[in-house]
Each structure stands twice: as C-alpha cells, then as structure tokens.
Write a protein that binds this ligand. Structure first.
Ligand code: SF4
Ligand code: SF4
Length: 204
C-alpha cells in the first residue's frame, strides 16, 4: 500500500504523497499450472492473467505485491502543476533492510496517509510505479521474470534492481519537512535496465 502525498511549507508547494505498500509474507502461487490429466486439456493461465483485479481472492491479491517497496517512499505533489515526485525518503514504518512494513497489520492506525490499495485505487493512482504488479495487471499486462510469482523467489525483485533495497536515502523520522525536496529522485518512476534483461545484469 502506498502513502499519500504531503504538503511542504515553503518548497515548491508540494504535497508529499506517502505510500503504503501491500506486503507479502508468502508466495502462495507459482507461475502457471502444469497441465495434468488428459493431454488435450489446456494448461490454465496463471491467476493474474486469467482474472481481473476485482476477481482476485485475498491470498492472490496479497501475493501480487512484489515487495519492491517503491510505493512506501514519500512523494511530493506540486500544488501548482499537480505533478507528483518520488523521493528516496522511506515511510517511518518501512524497514529498509527487509523492504517490508514493520507493522503491516496496524499500519493505517499508525500512518494515516498509508493508502489501502484496492482495484479502484490502483486504477486511479497516477503515481504507482511502472513496475507495480497491480498496475500491470490493471493494464492487462503480464508480470516480468523477476516477479516472485514468476521466479518463485522473493529475492528476484531485489536482484533485478526493482526494489528500493540499498536506495533509501533516509527515513522520514530523520529528515525535516523543509528538506524533503532535496530528496526528490526519478528512479522509482522508471523500469531499471537490469529488470529488462533475463539475468538481472546489464550488458557490458
Ligand atoms: S505504513 Fe507500512 S505499508 Fe504503509 S507506507 Fe508505511 S511502510 Fe508502507
Ligand atoms: S508491487 Fe511494489 S509498488 Fe506495487 S504495491 Fe507492492 S510494493 Fe508497492
């Protein structure tokens, strides 16, 4: 779940969205289903290809989150243009080492602008990262090789350079609001080159 934007005092008049992120503790499914039984029976498509967001059950919904942590970065909204900027500031509940929320069950009590992702919010939030699985499924696209549901490993999102691991500048607990603009970054809104290769490494 991603945090919502916030306002800045004198900087460029931004609201900093702070994003809440959906967290996955387990990987309920793996990619695809092997054909079983009669050879003529076609293999079933994986659930994220076969279903809409609205049709997912709770376990499927949670498993769709790749654990990248991008949506748990504070975001700033320019009040004049409405443009939203990512920062490398992590939500106060975010654990930069594990890339997980430290209190997912009670997050919305502790972080009021942590947004609960639903099919409707996924379709309405303009700033969801281009790598976000909810956004991809909402757009009718497939998951990439590094998504844990495809790779079978929770580490592949880090290996592909998609997660925020190693890229957090500071926690919001440690930075003044006036300094937020100094932390604006553009990488969370992009697909890293390493995620476009099959190996997670860029060509030399
Ligand atoms: S409260 Fe948790 S899930 Fe919500 S933005 Fe913060 S770290 Fe992410
Ligand atoms: S896939 Fe990444 S950006 Fe999308 S909800 Fe999960 S952690 Fe956030």
């Amino acid at each position: 779940m991603p945090p919502a934007p916030r306002s800045l005092p004198d900087a460029s008049g931004a609201k900093a969205p702070k994003a809440a992120k959906a967290q996955r503790d387990k990987l309920p499914g793996k990619r695809g289903v092997k054909p079983q039984g009669h050879p003529k029976r076609a293999a079933r498509a994986p659930f994220w290809k076969a279903k809409t967001l609205e049709a997912l059950n709770p376990a499927e919904w949670e498993s769709l989150c790749d654990g990248c942590g991008r949506c748990c970065l504070v975001k700033l909204e320019d009040e004049d243009s409405g443009e939203i900027h990512f920062t490398d500031i992590a939500c106060r509940l975010f654990n930069a080492r594990t890339c997980r929320c430290t209190d997912y069950a009670h997050r919305r009590r502790k972080v009021h602008d942590c947004i609960k992702l639903t099919p409707a919010t996924v379709r309405s939030l303009s700033w969801l990262p281009p790598t976000c699985a909810y956004r991809l499924v909402a757009e009718g696209r497939d998951l990439a090789w590094w998504h844990p549901l495809v790779s079978g490993s929770a580490m592949s999102v880090h290996e592909a350079g998609v997660s925020v691991k190693g890229r957090i500048g500071v926690s919001e607990k440690e930075v003044r609001l006036a300094d937020y603009p100094d932390h604006i970054v553009d990488w969370p809104g992009k697909v890293p080159r390493t995620a476009k290769t099959k190996t997670g490494k860029t060509a030399s």
